[in-house]
Design a protein around this ligand. Structure first.
Ligand code: IMP
Ligand code: MG
Length: 175
């Protein structure tokens, strides 16, 4: 469908890893009050697949952030464009992200959520690009570590496009 994208992580590999993460989360959160908080828009496919591999009662909420505008490197300024719909006080929060790149978004979110007094807060990210880390983030559940390349697909976009790819791919020739 998109000839300018070369596949990096296949649909099969994504689904197998997500099933494993779901099993691990199911074990770790038995008897907890689990709330998955998805960071829009990039999380939407990952969160949909992950939550169906978690065999526990849980709730889902979402929040929208914007840090990039249309470029491929972070501005460092994070803005909440739409907030959670419910309080998370006393809940066991698991933040679900598509990718941790510089870590600035996740650092901001964790600080912000902590002020709302959840019982616990952990991070689940499908991808991590450690080469670009500016602030260290402890990722409790990680799908894949990747090299310093700009990736698209399976929720991740470039200028709003490519989110509907079933795999993760590398976009050739982005500035
Ligand atoms: P961070 O604040 O630099 O960690 O950036 C996190 C956000 O940047 C992610 O949630 C993505 O929306 C976006 N992002 C970072 N790297 C990529 C990439 O390779 N492809 C698409 N989006 C990316
Ligand atoms: Mg994102």
């Amino acid at each position: 469908m998109f000839e300018e994208v070369s596949q990096m992580i296949s649909e099969e590999d994504l689904q197998a890893r997500i099933a494993e993460l779901g099993k691990q989360i199911t074990r770790d959160y038995a008897d907890k009050d689990l709330v998955l908080i998805g960071v829009l828009k990039g999380c939407f496919l990952f969160m949909a697949d992950l939550c169906r591999h978690i065999e526990l009662p849980l709730s889902c909420d979402f929040l929208g952030v914007s840090s990039y505008g249309d470029r491929t490197s972070t501005s460092g300024v994070i803005r909440i464009t739409s907030d959670l719909t419910r309080p998370i006080e006393g809940c066991d929060v698991l933040v679900v992200e598509d990718i941790v790149d510089t870590g600035l978004t996740m650092k901001y979110l964790i600080q912000n959520f902590k002020t709302r007094r959840p019982s616990s807060i952990k991070v689940c990210s499908l991808l991590h690009k450690p080469a670009r880390e500016l602030v260290p983030i402890e990722i409790d559940y990680l799908g894949f570590t990747i090299d310093d390349v700009f990736v698209v697909g399976y929720g991740l976009d470039y200028r709003g496009r490519y989110r509907n790819l079933r795999y993760i791919g590398v976009l050739e020739s982005v500035e």
